[in-house]
Design a protein around this ligand. Structure first.
Ligand SMILES: Cc1cc2nc3c(=O)[nH]c(=O)nc-3n(C[C@H](O)[C@H](O)[C@H](O)COP(=O)(O)OP(=O)(O)OC[C@H]3O[C@@H](n4cnc5c(N)ncnc54)[C@H](O)[C@@H]3O)c2cc1C
Ligand code: FES
Length: 283
């Protein structure tokens, strides 16, 4: 059984490819925007991800890192023109060895990529209202959803971080022309506090069909799920559990679900209806 949201669009068939690094920009706070040139890129839907591992055709036996790392597809969801390659952006934050190696990849080097993987957010319905809440590295998953939704719906985006320099992609969201706010826990940019502060009031005051979309640290998404349940608003979340394989073999990404048992977020997720997740069972 799948716990993914209804009305997801069909996912493009994933490819396995060596992608050349075109750019790798560093921001403050250990954030990087990695741009890859991906031959034969089939395109992606908002919320999908790819497994990335440094090393190209000459390094197929490379063991550092042993396993690829999951990264949300940030920008570049259109498929490559026939026979060509597409530019695809990833926003990454250095967390440990794997992301440090990705952050250190230079233009001209290669990254082994498998993707796009997983399911997507259900599209924002025309004429509806959507509130997108992103925290930490979860921000990357929401950009394309906001960009597409902004064409026919009322879209509000709230991005949160501990401090201003930890914020990822805020200029790009701002340029979309959506209703946009930032919160930082230390007050160094935007409103001081958590990204979920004031969310309940904002949702309760919303008129017409409204959906809450959330991606970020588990406690943030759990808070979003609880608020949405209290005010009776539909909520979709994109989980960011640790993954080893990305395609349903290692069972390392299992999450407990209300229907019983576990769901593999790399296959049935990473996007779920918030009420389908057993939040108390997540680390
Ligand atoms: C579907 C999905 C999409 C993701 N998208 C992005 C993205 O767009 N940008 C981005 O920077 N990161 C993203 N992540 C998280 C990223 O994959 C992890 O930060 C990365 O795998 C850590 O690898 P590492 O070797 O650098 O760190 P490790 O050495 O493996 O771990 C270092 C520290 O990070 C923690 N950590 C490891 N994995 C995760 C995780 N999944 N979530 C939170 N903490 C973790 C560990 O507990 C440890 O404390 C995503 C994860 C998933 C599952
Ligand atoms: S990451 Fe291996 S089963 Fe999901």
């Amino acid at each position: 059984m799948t716990q993914s949201p209804d009305a997801q669009r069909p996912s493009p068939t994933p490819i396995r490819v060596d992608a050349e690094v075109l750019e790798n920009h560093r921001d403050a706070g250990g954030n990087h925007c990695l741009t890859l040139e991906i031959p034969g890129w089939p395109g992606a839907e908002p919320g999908q991800f790819a497994m990335l591992k440094p090393g190209g055709p000459e390094e197929s036996d490379r063991t550092d890192p042993l396993l690829p790392r999951p990264m949300a597809i940030y920008r570049g969801h259109a498929p490559a023109q026939s026979g060509g390659a597409a530019r695809v952006d990833f926003l990454l934050k250095v967390a440990g060895r794997g992301t440090r190696l990705l952050a250190g990849a230079r233009p001209g080097e290669f990254i082994h990529l498998v993707g796009p993987l997983g399911g997507s957010f259900a599209p924002i319905a025309r004429g509806s209202r959507a509130l997108l809440v992103g925290g930490g590295t979860g921000i990357a998953s929401l950009y394309e959803l906001a960009a597409r939704g902004a064409k026919g719906a009322e879209v509000e985006v709230i991005l949160g971080a501990r401090r201003a320099e930890d914020l990822m992609g805020s200029d790009a969201f701002e340029a979309l022309g959506v209703n946009f706010r930032v919160t930082t826990e230390d007050g160094s940019r935007g409103l001081a506090g958590r990204v979920t502060d004031g969310l309940e009031d904002a949702l309760a005051a919303a008129e017409g069909p409204t959906t809450l979309y959330a991606c970020g640290p588990t406690p943030m998404m759990r808070a979003c799920a609880e608020i949405a349940a209290r005010v009776g608003v539909a909520c979709q979340v994109s989980l960011e559990n640790t993954m080893a394989c990305g395609f349903g073999v290692c069972l390392g990404c299992a999450v407990p679900v209300r229907s019983g048992g576990f769901s593999l977020i790399c296959r049935a997720g990473p996007v779920y209806r918030a009420e389908d997740v057993v939040w108390e069972g997540l680390p």
